[in-house]
Design a protein around this ligand. Structure first.
Ligand code: C2O
Ligand code: CU
Length: 425
């Protein structure tokens, strides 16, 4: 049976149909592949960390570190991660946020597996299919466990690098017991980068709130969102953007001949890139030439996107309860889909606040915002930031059978009702 977890882990055990199609989540269909195997270990335990502002925090950590160790693989590799739970009483799991993998490996306690209890082990195995910036986190009582520290970056490098090499940096924003950290630092991060160097910054918002990111000292381009490349220049080329909880943005910038580049977050913490010189904000304000753009757009034009089935989801709030179509948790009927179908989800935010809406196991394409079709480069996401009053249409190709969660990635909202399932019949 399923473990008695907390928050949205356990709530979803109740969503399973009486005749639970367990086979959908038990088979690893890619088992016999010949891919190179990369093996990692994550050990969850109660711990304490000393932050660089002098404070000590009691945490729950993978391998004793906050954030947990970065996992970095190359696309096409088979990833094996052995999870041991030493002493987290409620049990833990690992969910691979944004990675398209078999349902049995999705790490959702009460849905795809039981939570791993103290002294127990679970081995995850999947092929890292698409390069990009992802992250991992516990999905047992996740509103509690993520804030306690059970998370980390998961990077899938492309097999071949195009457009030359850039220095790569991960910037992970998290809330640890309510305190904002950048790459585990309570004071902000400092990254060495030589003048003229191209730097790719993989930003991960692992906190519960939308962040407003500002870049000063250099022009930049958004190269990817949620790990998926953008194919044309012009998109989001401005000095500020909003990153929803759970989302990732890959930025590319070139260090100016002199001075620093500062990436500011709404929390007041900053990432400073440079060698210690004073910022020269006038330098390098023109966008540099970056030749990877102009690649063909592999997706179908919007006019050719056909839809077999449509659902409407209205995100709302009712006192302290977060709702979808006026209901919460197990009262929300699961979306039923059939393999091969093309789905359109119309998502309306009528709640007064931001809701970053996350779908497991799939990548969706944003078709329109407030009735305006998105033109230009396809925007492929696993987490859609919606603001109050907005309506989005997104397109999902139903090609990964299983039982999949959909929820707000403000994990407090998810634990207060804004969680549901998409189930293959
Ligand atoms: Cu990153 Cu269901 O979550
Ligand atoms: Cu929300």
């Amino acid at each position: 049976g399923h473990s008695a977890g907390h928050a949205h882990g356990s709530a979803h055990a109740a969503l399973l149909p009486a005749s639970q199609p367990a086979r959908l989540c038990s088979a690893i269909t890619e088992q016999d592949g010949q891919e190179p195997v990369r093996e990692f270990r994550l050990a969850a335990s109660q711990s304490s960390v000393v932050l660089d502002d002098g404070g000590t925090e009691r945490v729950w950590a993978f391998n004793g570190r906050v954030p947990g160790p970065e996992i970095r693989v190359t696309e096409g590799e088979r990833v094996r991660v052995v999870l041991d739970n030493h002493d987290i009483q409620a049990g833990v799991t690992v969910h691979w946020h944004g990675i398209v993998l078999p349902c049995s490996q999705d790490g959702v306690a009460g849905v795809t597996q039981d939570a791993v209890k103290p002294g127990e082990r679970f081995t995850y195995e999947f092929v890292a299919g698409a390069s990009g910036t992802y992250w991992y986190h516990s999905h047992q009582a996740s509103s509690v466990q993520v804030e306690k520290g059970l998370l980390g970056a998961f990077i899938v490098e492309p097999r071949e690098r195009e457009g030359g090499h850039a220095q790569e940096e991960v910037v992970l924003i998290q809330q640890l017991n309510g305190t904002y950290l950048l790459n585990g630092s309570a004071k902000g991060a400092i990254i060495a980068a030589a003048p003229g160097t191209k730097v790719r910054i993989r930003m991960i918002n692992a906190a519960n709130e939308t962040d407003r990111i500002r870049v000063s000292g250099a022009s930049y381009r958004v190269m990817a969102m949620d790990g998926h490349e953008l194919y044309e220049p012009g998109l989001l080329e401005r000095h500020e953007f909003r990153m929803g909880a759970g989302q990732r943005y890959d930025l590319l910038l070139q260090m100016p001949a002199k001075g620093k580049v500062v990436i500011g977050t709404e929390t007041g913490l900053t990432v400073t890139l440079g060698e210690g010189a004073e910022p020269d904000l006038a330098a390098n304000q023109s966008l540099f030439d970056w030749t990877r753009y102009g690649k063909p757009d592999p997706s179908a034009p919007l006019s050719q996107v056909r839809v077999d089935r449509s659902y409407t989801l209205k995100l709302g709030q009712n006192l302290f309860i977060n709702t979808i179509n006026g209901k919460s948790f197990h009262e929300i009927p699961p979306l039923i889909v059939r393999e091969g179908e093309r789905l359109k989800l119309t998502i309306t935010n009528a709640s007064g606040g931001d809701h970053p809406f996350h779908l497991h196991g799939h990548v969706f394409r944003v078709l329109s915002r407030n009735g305006q079709p998105l033109s230009g480069t396809p925007v492929l996401l696993d987490t859609l930031l919606t603001h109050d009053g907005e309506t989005y249409e997104v397109y999902v190709q139903a090609d990964n059978p299983g039982l999949w969660m959909m929820h707000c990635h403000n994990l407090m909202h998810a634990s207060m009702g804004m969680s549901m399932m998409m189930n293959y019949e």
